[in-house]
Unconditional design. Structure first.
Lengths: 404, 163
């Protein structure tokens, strides 16, 4: 099975950092960059989709309209999507559907955030029926708590070591050195990671991604529009957008839950949630994991990047450390992972992050990634197939496959 | 001065039993069981079964197993942000355990009582549900001190892991 494709006509970002501006500033900058990259005027856009931010009041909950107003109302339809870390992909999916339904030819997707320092935490107020509020109140369980439970599990089941986690950080820091959109562009040594304070054993401060300000935008068009107007530009297509939910019983403990589902009455599904996210994308695109030549995966923690190697079927369970140690996932290897530098270099700007992944894979497939360009060992050229993956709380996750 | 009565309250209603101290009764988490599918829910589902295809099933309240095996664990080296309520100043790291219940085939999180470090824990070791003070608060009406109680997972002495 493969579904009809839409074209990625343009991508753009505002650099990640702690800039202290309103999130709209970053979103508008990214949107204008993406429109310029596509050579499309805002007045030609037929649909706008925004990925919401939960930390910036009402304008953040209606991000699509907020960006549309800032760019200048043109009367086009709008949607705003929230799906935790998958928000950007959900907005992208709304735009793709709009185009595939024949309702518009050009759609703009924007996500941006201004994020406070420190642990991500629930909004203020006492909400004793909100599991996200309760996990902090009753357990003191932060996001790194959950990342650390997975990391410890890798160590116990697969013999991963803190040195392996360190190597992920060192790799991603090296990847992001020359990325003008990355917040951290600094070489990180193994000694730096080892010396950073423990946050949630076995994870140290440099194993866990920061929270950042940033913005990213993507312009999608129909195939017909791309052929008529963008024929002289490097062509990248969206081959799949997976935004699947877990299947009951979800037997992996996930944010913000207190417990997994029970497998006592109904057997666990064939695939875990994270495996299902990637699987659905491969099915939709009609490509196999062996076709992937570059990937952007959610390294909320260093150890989680290793989990993704397996969940996206780059290797069998328990083999991720070997893939890393063999240099396969380092630039210059067969399948570079997080050539952008990943969350290790960006820090998380929740509604922008899934779109930032799409921006990076687009630049990689176009051969426009400069010093961090992945090269296919088979063709000696830029990769032809790239994948993104992320997962957030409350049963959200996404994977996008781009092809050229 | 007479001995003050110990005032206790559950940090959340309906999630665990709170036997009187000295009663000899062990505390349990309260779950519900989907009668038709046999699946369990914690926190207890009260409205309908979340097992697809079993929406019409009755939900019966059950006490979950109060022992299980350690699935994974970590600690909180930094003080979590609100609505976590600090219990010491400065913050003392505490452990958090994920414990697998055999009969229910589910993993349940809980803090580990103070004094246990990550080095004391081992994959697969037997863990037991205990009641412990989450924090202390002052009753607004009486001005008396109230212990706010929560479930925690404590290692069972002499029950090593990896068996």
């Amino acid at each position: 099975m493969s579904v009809a494709k839409v074209a990625v006509a343009g991508v753009g970002m505002h650099p990640w950092g702690k800039w202290g501006e309103n999130f709209v500033t970053y979103g508008v900058a990214a949107a204008r960059a993406a429109l310029a990259d596509a050579g499309v005027d805002w007045s030609d856009v037929g649909f706008v989709a925004g990925a919401d931010t939960m930390r910036n009041g009402y304008p953040g909950y209606v991000a699509g309209a907020t960006f549309a107003q800032a760019l200048g109302w043109t009367g086009i339809p709008v949607t705003s999507a929230y799906g935790a870390c998958a928000s950007g992909a959900m907005a992208l999916e709304a735009a793709r559907q709009r185009i595939l339904a024949g309702l518009c030819d050009v759609a703009l997707v924007v996500g941006a955030d201004t994020t406070p320092k420190g642990f991500l935490k629930p909004n203020a107020g006492e909400r004793t029926d909100d599991p996200d509020w309760l996990r902090f109140n009753l357990l003191g369980a932060t996001n790194p708590t959950y990342f650390a439970l997975y990391a410890r599990r890798r160590m116990e089941l697969f013999g991963a070591t803190q040195d392996d986690f360190t190597a992920v950080k060192v790799k991603n820091a090296a990847h992001g050195l020359s990325n003008p959109f990355a917040r951290y562009r600094k070489e990180v040594s193994a000694a730096d990671v080892d010396a950073s304070p423990l946050v949630a054993s076995p994870l140290r401060l440099l194993d866990i991604c920061a929270t950042s300000d940033g913005g990213a935008a993507v312009v999608l068009t129909s195939q017909d529009y791309a052929e008529a107007h963008l024929a002289d530009r490097p062509r990248v297509d969206v081959a799949a957008i997976s935004t699947v939910t877990p299947t009951f019983p979800n037997t992996v403990i996930e944010m913000p839950e207190f417990a997994t589902d029970s497998a006592a009455g109904i057997p666990a599904p064939q695939r875990t949630f994270k495996q299902a996210i990637g699987h659905a994308a491969y099915e939709q695109a009609g490509v196999s994991p062996g076709d992937v030549e570059v990937a952007e995966v959610y390294d909320l923690s260093t150890a989680l990047e290793l989990d993704w190697y397996e969940d996206l079927q780059f290797c069998a369970p328990g083999e991720a450390e070997q893939l890393l140690r063999d240099g396969v996932t380092t630039l210059g290897g067969r399948l570079p992972v997080n050539p952008s530098g990943g969350l290790a270099c960006f820090g998380e700007a929740v509604p922008a992050q899934a779109l930032a992944q799409v921006c990076e894979i687009t630049w990689q497939l176009r051969g426009q990634a400069g010093d961090r360009q992945a090269i296919s060992p088979d063709s000696g050229e830029a990769p032809k197939v790239g994948i993104t993956a992320n997962q957030g709380l409350f049963g959200h996750g996404s994977s996008v496959i781009l092809t050229r | 001065m007479s001995t003050a009565t110990t005032h206790r309250r559950a940090a959340i209603e309906g999630w665990f039993t709170m036997p009187e101290p000295g009663s000899g009764e062990a505390p349990h988490l309260i779950g519900t069981r989907c009668v038709d599918s046999g699946t369990y829910f914690f926190p207890p589902e009260r409205v309908m079964s979340r097992a697809p295809g079993f929406a019409e099933s009755e939900l019966e309240e059950v006490q979950l197993s109060n022992r299980g095996r350690l699935w994974s664990w970590t600690d909180a080296q930094y003080q979590p942000p609100p609505p976590y309520v600090p219990v010491t100043d400065p913050h003392e790291p505490f452990c958090i355990a994920a414990v697998e219940l055999e009969a229910e085939q589910m993993v349940v999180l809980g803090q580990v009582p103070a004094g246990v470090t990550v080095d004391d824990l081992e994959l697969g070791m037997e863990m037991e549900l205990v009641l412990d003070r989450l924090r202390t608060e002052t009753d607004e009406d009486t001005g008396e001190s109230v212990d706010v109680m929560v479930w925690k997972w404590a290692p069972v002495p002499g029950k090593a892991g990896r068996s």
